[in-house]
Design a protein around this ligand. Sequence first.
Ligand code: TYM
Length: 328
Amino acid sequence: METIFSGIQPSGTPTIGNYLGALKQFVQLQNDYNCYFCIVDEHAITVPQDRLKLRENIRSLAALYVACGLDPEQATLFIQSEVPAHAQLGWMLQSISYMGELERMTQFKDKSAGKEAISSALFTYPSLMAADILLYNADIVPVGEDQKQHLELTRDLAQRFNNRFNDIFTIPDIRMPEVGARIMSLQEPTKKMSKSDENEKGFISMLDTPKQIEKKIKSAVTDSEGVVKFDKVNKPGVSNLLTIHASCSGESIEELEKRFAGQGYGDFKQSTANAVLSVLQPIQEKHAELMQSEELDDILDSGAEKANQAANKTLAKAMKAMGLGRVK
Ligand code: TYM
């Protein structure tokens, strides 16, 4: 059975973008692959985090994974910092990563732009991400479009390590959803929707109340044409809502264009909000139940145990290949 690895940062509550680009795929894939899904808290600290908020976000993200339909009996769900091999292999991969290739990463450029105190970990972030994936010999990494460049670097690093030392790592393939790989901000539809956006009206958090969700969709930026048509270049706002609607309701974009032909944006926005609510409400109910239960700790304990076992095997091979430590 092929292996899948993916991760989400607990740097805020996931958005509908994280759901449609990543979580939704995870749930669909869990039956057919040996899956590892990670709460990448060591990635989250590459930018400043409030420690209590971070702890809360980690737990809430674990609950969301399960609430979305991940079955912990099938998929291994764990917290990155509870598997020390990630940081160890991350360091080893930094030693074969070049400054030039890290400097080219658009996520680093975006996150560091205009900031003064930029952590060195934000810069070397992609080497840690490569370690996450390579430790489990993942064949496939399901992610949204924004992670494509990091995945390409992961493949390069794996290849470089294999050529230079020993053929240890599997070269992973990326997998993106056909619709929903890049959900845009509701306020600036040419910019990616992000959970760390300062403007809360730009994103729908998976734990927003129905009222908040309706309000945010109703005030989403569109255009003055009044035609529900998919045209990313000239109508980015409407196209984004069409994408959100289609991936939540399962209808095709063409079907939606037909259904709303000749109507203004009011009904279309209401219908989009309903589609989002029909996906998020059951998840929110399950999330609330899980947050009150002890089940979550058991899931994370057994996930960490399984992940440590798999990761330590690969780490030992990689250390040997590089000549670290002693011969045992
Ligand atoms: P993160 O936490 O930013 O996002 C988690 C997942 O959600 C996807 N995503 C989106 N998809 C569609 N539209 C959007 N607007 C949108 N925003 C985010 C992301 O592509 C991602 O799949 N570096 C990663 C976390 C990570 C990781 C890994 C992922 C660390 N190690 C190993 C895969 C494998 C990140 O920052 O994701």
